[in-house]
Write a protein that binds this ligand. Structure first.
Ligand code: PMP
Length: 456
């Protein structure tokens, strides 16, 4: 009955889009990484313990009794009207408001940012369509592009995010191939996984390039309100989003996962009216409606609790952890190791000394009780092995320092083995993608192996 070599009796019946859906060896390693003795700098979990959990718990307790008739009922596909108004209040912090046409009517509530990305792909992508995305890019979005059977073209970044000239070049390459990219997917602020932020002028430049090329921007902004310093004088006020600069040609996505609680699974999309209508129909086909209870929880949280103060608390927690991580890296990492300096969010992107490969090195790191996500997860073709992602949002500061110390020892060991034997301790790997722009044309590929949900 089976045609392959697996023990899976269903192999010949699966849809084509499942081909890349294999449990990776990285996922297996992460089951070990969740043990308490391992310092995990891998998964991107927010530090929800910084919430006033008793007060939030009491608030949740009232939902059934006060709003039971509605919060335990089905809702509408587009999402609760009150919550959509509150979402518009939140978006004003990113410069998205009535002056640029933002309205609760054009908000679609989703099951986290992840469903938002999935809906957008359902509405826009046919198999073989091209998506432009930062290189490296959010692993969860790559999984959706893969399921949509899209071709991902990565656009290189530097320490200031997506490089405008590289974007123009990527658009030209796709055009020369007789195709037209369906959209540019970008995380402009405190990017996952690179931790970098597009400065003001670059945002204008990128917007102008996209508008001239008729290229839609899908702006994914989970971390915009978690800025520590830089442009905002430490008050966390983000740079105006792409959507704040243009009311057409931009679909804005965000979530309460990083600013409140990922367990509630509430995110949203702000889209031009025609697109919004299609997104609602697609969402109804998928989930009927988002959870009424979770939506009531978020709306009540915003109405009754000091959410702006809480944002400040989160920023302070993450800034302290970022500082500890950067200090430890500076103190402990061997020469030849480089890393980005995030001005907000959760992530640092580390570049290994020449010749080392982050995926090959992972088993040894886990044996030494430290976990990270190899850079390979963030490129659609599994390149990026010269890099790895460190996430500092969850472990307490002393564990972050200990994790960096263990990682530095692992890198030093790999370097020593390499200098003695001429190869890394683990099998070597050739194809690395440069972090900075290259003189090579952007590469086209199908998505490959991506880590699992442990790496949001
Ligand atoms: N986009 C980005 C860039 C993310 O980092 C994440 C979560 N790590 C998401 C979307 C999805 O978030 P959620 O579904 O929890 O809202």
């Amino acid at each position: 009955m089976t045609t392959g070599t697996t023990l899976d009796d269903y192999t010949d019946r699966y849809a084509r889009r499942t081909r890349g859906m294999t449990a990776s060896e990285i996922r297996a390693l992460f089951s070990v990484a969740n043990r308490p003795e391992v310092v995990s700098l891998a998964g991107g979990s927010p530090y929800v313990a910084a919430l006033p959990l008793d007060a939030v718990g009491a608030m949740l307790g009232t939902l059934g009794s006060v709003h039971g008739a509605s919060s335990l009922q089905y809702g509408i596909g587009q999402g609760d009207a009150t919550l959509r108004e509150r979402i518009c209040d939140v978006m004003t912090l990113s410069g998205i408001d009535v002056s640029n046409g933002a309205s609760p009517d054009d908000v679609v509530v989703t099951v986290g940012g992840q469903q938002a990305i999935d809906l957008i792909c359902r509405v826009f992508l046919d198999p073989g369509d091209v998506v432009l995305a930062e290189g490296p890019s959010y692993v969860g979005a790559l999984g959706v592009f893969q399921a949509a059977e899209a071709d991902v073209v990565h656009v290189p970044m530097d320490d200031n995010g997506l490089i405008p000239a590289a974007l123009s070049e990527a658009i030209a390459t796709v055009t020369r191939a007789g195709k037209r990219a369906k959209f540019l997917y970008t995380v402009p602020a405190h990017q996952n996984p690179a931790g970098v932020t597009l400065p003001d002028a670059r945002r204008d430049e990128i917007l102008a390039i996209c508008q001239a090329a008729g290229l839609l921007i899908v702006e994914d902004d989970p971390y915009g309100l978690l800025g520590f310093d830089g442009e905002n004088g430490g008050d966390g006020k983000p740079l105006p989003a792409f959507r704040a600069r243009a009311r057409e040609g931009v679909i804005y996505v965000s979530t309460f996962s990083k600013t409140f609680a990922p367990g509630l699974r509430v995110g949203w999309i702000l889209a031009p009216p025609a697109v919004r209508e299609k997104l609602v129909i697609a969402s109804e086909a998928q989930i009927l409606c988002p959870s009424a209870f979770a939506q009531a929880a978020v709306a009540t949280y915003i109405d009754t609790m000091p959410w702006r103060q809480q944002l400040k608390t989160f920023r302070e927690v993450y800034r302290e952890r970022r500082d500890v991580a950067l200090l430890a890296l500076g103190d402990l990492m061997p020469a030849g190791t480089r890393w980005t300096v995030p001005s907000g969010g959760f992530y640092i992107w580390l570049t290994l000394p020449d010749g080392l490969h982050s995926k090959d090195m992972l088993p040894r790191a886990i044996a030494e009780r430290v976990a990270y996500v190899p850079g390979t997860g963030f490129y659609a073709d599994g390149s990026g092995g010269a890099h790895l992602r460190l996430c500092y949002s969850f472990p307490p500061p002393e564990r972050i320092r200990e994790g960096v110390r263990r990682l530095a020892a692992v890198i030093e060991h790999e370097m020593a083995v390499r200098s003695v034997f001429g190869v890394a301790a683990s099998p070597s790997f050739e194809g690395t993608i440069r972090w900075a722009p290259t003189d090579q044309p952007p590469r086209r590929f199908r998505t490959a192996d991506t880590p699992g949900p442990e790496t949001p």
